[in-house]
Design a protein around this ligand. Sequence first.
Ligand code: AMP
Length: 426
Amino acid sequence: MSTFSAPKGTYDLIPPDSAAFLAVREALAAPLRRAGYGYVETPGFEHVELFSRGVGESTDIVTKEMYTLTTKGGTRLALRPEGTASVLRAALQANLHRAGNLPVKLWYSGTYYRYERPQAGRYRHFSQVGAEAIGAEDPVLDAELIILAADAYSSLGLRGVRLLLNSLGDRECRPAYRAALQEFLRGLDLDEETRARIEINPLRVLDDKRESVQRQLTGAPMMRDHLCEACKEYHERVRELIAGAGVAFTDDEKLVRGLDYYTRTTFEFVHDGLGSQSAVGGGGRYDGLSEMIGGPPLPSVGWALGVDRTLLALRAEEVAPGAPASADVFAVPLGEDARRALFTLVTALRRAGVAADFAFGGRGVKSAMKSANRSGARFAVVAGDRDLAEGVVQVKDLASGEQAPVPLVDAVEELRRRVAGSSPTG
Ligand code: AMP
């Protein structure tokens, strides 16, 4: 124990959990790569105004949860609380939308920062894998993203992820709905903060988790009944397409999400094994965001999936995300000459693409074999002076216990073949 520990609301990723974390992040991103999304990486901090304008002045994220700082030069910056505004900013700045090939499809993975009250599944530093499809209004695109996220979860073996779906309307129909909702909400018995919210972003009141608020919302006007024809039709197409792909969903007319920029399609993936922080991912269409941050009209859709919470969901279901062995081959040298020979072999194996590790520290054979077993390797390569004199190493299958000599000159090829032949590690 040192004098220091990680700041409140954060945690260190350390082996063996870190391997599962990487496997989850990889699994969430893999479907995007196959679907033509290009990787984008943006800075960990941005100008504060990008988020206050992009995410919304009335959101908790902007009013309460941003880590802001003023540089020595007087610039106001914020640690990124989410990815969409930054990714859209980067795409606009690089003029990706002008290249003529819309939509611009991008994916990203990174850490995000929110000054939230820490609890199980809610951290101040967390990780997301995200995707944005910029510059096209097409229900097929909304469906594509939703299906890719659903496929990512199921590729991990998760069974308990549920998809909630809603439409928030557009600039045609939302204003009239907003006014009707405001009128309804003003008649309720609500605290001052919630009353203020009615005037700034009334839809978010629908999302209030408190029982005392939810009880009063019975009979509130719902967006579904106020959608214009175009939004209704658009939403119906999205629903048909995802149902056609075999992705189950529940219509949730109260799903508004905590960010201001959403229009039309909104969705959330939830998992019931996570307690109150049940959202493992979410997203939606944000047709007005580009203009809000000074860009041209670029209707877009995207999502962000929480890596930390997906890992918690896997634990809740007791699914191991293909926890990869740290090595396929573990070298156990007996004596100084063998140390040299096997270290050369380990280096050659790694260069040939085989994960290999070595019994460091000149320990006895018993403790070295223990390390070999702990590493999860399938083969141990053992050699002593006598083996080397005969030009062989002993290859031991750690599962079956079988052992046989293999000529040292053939060892790389032989092990590569055997490792590829048995079930590969990650
Ligand atoms: P949001 O950007 O709020 O839509 O969040 C997208 C996903 O990121 C959520 O569904 C969560 O899985 C994850 N997430 C958001 N905030 C946190 C947090 N404070 N701690 C852990 N995961 C989070």
